[in-house]
Ligand binder design. Structure first.
Ligand code: NAD
Ligand code: MG
Length: 401
């Protein structure tokens, strides 16, 4: 491949689980990819190590003191990476014309503005940060269309569906003969626990996912099924689907990553080992295919594939997410914000596991959905929902005491 064809990549959230997997795939193909920028929140030592290995032109940390530390360490190591700090620098690097591809892998609403900046700048956007799309769906998809950006889903389920749909699938699923999207869910580590046992699970148990190794927030979301709820919303925006066209299927082996069902009875599935490097490599190389470092699926070892319906009585977050999507406007942003606050509190042992859904439901009930066509309205709804969630935390903390 000629030098001119080398893709210049910015990895937002480089030190996280998705970020590390992205750099792993990139490092396998130095003739195809070079790293333009790497960003992290506070993990300065991890970012320093990544800068030494990948030699980006730019690195971004949140705090000025951390950035100053990184600048000194890089200078001492003789590395010319420019270091910037803060949320505005994050957006600058996401829209920087020196990169053509942006991996959006920050966790939570903190990733919204930089992901949107990349979308508005017409990048190839590899979207792992599902919360950004959940919060701003219409706005985000409009930005992609207006700028001519290419949006490729990295979430394994959506990446699977993308692979199962016809190349041109815009404008409503039914126009392309697709009757339903089948979104698979592992069911999380607590699939078999009853309601009483769910009250007592710990952050350590929640973060020990049976099939995937992921960041702490998404691990808790997988355990409550909020992750599947966020993914349902994500699928509606990405594939122009109505919530009724997305069926969640619990599939404990996590081998079928999702499916598309067609009018003629065909169901097309994408399968593989549960390893995020597969969807990441797909997004990086699309429409080509490259080695991701993932072994071919051994079906004899898998032996069997099980499927069952989700239990929304024990895991109400899935229902709450569907209802928020049906309510529309800022309701998904409110759902997401309340969930982020509740998950944080659970990880800090300030809230019980089963109360995560209670906080989200209370906050949704208290915040009527407004219009979500303007970014300011979304940010405002997000802020109000966080405040309301903090107030509900106090209520449930009292109940536990
Ligand atoms: P993680 O917690 O491992 O990493 C998060 C990254 O974002 C880190 O680099 C961190 O420094 C950065 N970050 C966190 N808060 C920030 C802030 N306020 N400002 C700037 N940067 C910040 O998370 P992860 O598991 O890699 O997940 C990243 C995103 O990808 C999430 O939206 C998640 O839902 C999605 N996703 C992850 C997986 C997975 O397998 N891990 C799969 C599908 C989707
Ligand atoms: Mg997923």
């Amino acid at each position: 491949m000629m030098d001119a064809a080398v893709r210049r990549i910015t990895v937002l959230g480089a030190t996280g689980s998705i970020g590390k997997n992205t750099l792993d795939v990139i490092a396998r193909h130095p003739e195809r990819y070079s790293v333009y920028a790497l960003t992290a929140h506070t993990s300065k030592k991890a970012l320093l190590a990544q800068c030494i290995e990948h030699r980006p032109a730019v690195a971004v940390l949140d705090g000025e003191a951390d950035a100053a530390w990184l600048r000194r360490e890089l200078a001492a190591a003789g590395i010319a990476t420019r270091v910037a700090a803060g949320a505005e620098a994050l957006c600058d690097v996401a829209r920087d014309s020196a990169a053509d591809t942006v991996m959006a892998a920050i966790v939570g609403g903190a990733g919204l503005l930089p992901a949107l900046a990349a979308a508005r700048a017409g990048k190839r956007v590899l979207l792992a940060n599902k919360e950004a799309l959940v919060m701003s769906g219409a706005l985000f998809m409009d930005a992609i269309a207006a700028s001519g950006a290419t949006l490729l889903p990295i979430d394994s389920e959506h990446n699977a569906i993308y692979q199962c749909l016809p190349a041109e699938h815009r404008g409503g699923l039914s126009r392309h003969g697709v009757s339903q999207l089948l979104l698979t869910a592992s069911g999380g580590p607590f699939r078999h626990l009853n309601a009483e046992a769910l009250e007592r699970v710990t952050p350590e148990q929640a973060c020990a996912h049976p099939n995937w190794s992921m960041g702490r927030k998404i691990s808790v979301d997988s355990a409550t099924l909020m992750n599947k709820g966020l993914e349902l919303i994500e699928a509606c925006w990405l594939f122009d689907a109505h919530p009724s066209q997305v069926q969640v299927v619990v599939h404990p082996q996590s081998v079928v990553h999702s499916m598309a069902a067609y009018d003629d009875g065909s169901v097309i599935a994408q399968m593989g080992n549960p390893d995020m490097r597969t969807p990441i490599a797909y997004g990086l190389a699309w429409p080509e295919r490259i080695d991701a470092g993932v072994a071919t699926l051994d079906l004899f070892q898998v032996a069997r594939l099980d499927f069952e319906p989700p239990d929304e009585a024990r895991f109400p977050c899935l229902r709450l997410a569907r209802e928020a999507m049906l309510a529309g406007g800022t309701a998904p942003a409110v759902l997401n914000a309340a969930n982020e606050v509740a998950v944080d509190a659970f990880l800090d042992r300030r809230l019980g596991f089963a109360s995560i859904a209670r906080v989200v439901e209370d906050v949704l009930e208290g915040q009527p959905p407004g219009g979500a066509k303007r970014l300011e309205a979304i940010i405002d709804a997000d802020r109000r929902a966080r405040d309301a969630a903090v107030r509900r935390l106090a209520h449930y903390a009292e109940m536990r005491a």
